[in-house]
Design a protein around this ligand. Structure first.
Ligand SMILES: Cc1cc2nc3c(=O)[nH]c(=O)nc-3n(C[C@H](O)[C@H](O)[C@H](O)COP(=O)(O)O)c2cc1C
Length: 190
């Protein structure tokens, strides 16, 4: 089993992120190859970057950084669940990315994006993919893009996907397993 961390990126009260995060976690569990853990940035509560030494040195001063580093380090793969905030991904995710460096490297990521409007967070995906390169993290082509997120949340506050979203999730997870296997070989060959 590969260790998959699902990162729920938004932190505001009333956010939709956890609903999407729980759905994709269930899909990932069904896939059968992953030991799945949700890392919810609101629960983790990293302060704005407050380490004195560049993360590339891995000389962490604060306990919150050491714990975050350990969680990211043990991962074999990631799924980022991200909304679009002002044509990009949320600052909370940028902050969480920047806390560590080597821990993200030579691992694949799937991205699940959503937004209130029709564009499904695709501009957040473009920004996130560009930034992941800096961490030597490989974002997959396959992803899940959810437009008008409110339309997929039922009266009980549960995310209910349509067939397109379920198919996209399956395709992304199938590729994520393949990339995880391949990237492990690359990581071990450093
Ligand atoms: C600060 C902020 C900025 C936003 N900017 C965009 C945007 O640029 N494009 C878009 O389609 N939706 C935008 N939205 C709408 C969000 O995509 C939508 O509210 C979504 O549910 C936010 O994720 P969350 O509920 O997990 O916080 C924005 C929402 C917030 C709170």
């Amino acid at each position: 089993m590969y260790k998959l961390k699902i990162i729920v990126s938004t932190v505001r009260p009333g956010r939709k992120g956890p609903l999407v995060g729980h759905w994709i976690a269930e899909e990932a569990q069904k896939q059968g190859s992953f030991d799945v853990e949700i890392l919810d940035l609101a629960e983790i509560g990293l302060p704005l970057m407050n380490e004195a030494i560049h993360p590339i040195m891995k000389q962490y001063e604060h306990e919150h950084t050491k714990q975050w580093s350990a969680k990211i380090d043990e991962a074999d793969a990631f799924i980022f669940v991200t909304a679009e905030y002002n044509y990009s991904y949320p600052a909370s995710l940028k902050n969480a990315l920047e806390y560590v460096m080597h821990e993200w490297a030579y691992k694949p990521s799937g991205i699940v994006s959503y937004s209130a409007g029709p564009f499904a967070g695709v501009r957040a995906v473009i920004s996130l993919k560009a930034d992941l390169i800096n961490f030597r993290n490989v974002a997959l082509f396959e992803g899940v893009t959810i437009p008008t997120i409110g339309d997929f949340i039922n009266e009980d506050g549960v995310f209910v996907p349509n067939d397109r979203l379920t198919t996209a999730a399956t395709q992304m997870l199938t590729q994520l397993v393949r990339w995880t296997k391949g990237m492990k070989a690359i990581k071990e060959d450093q």
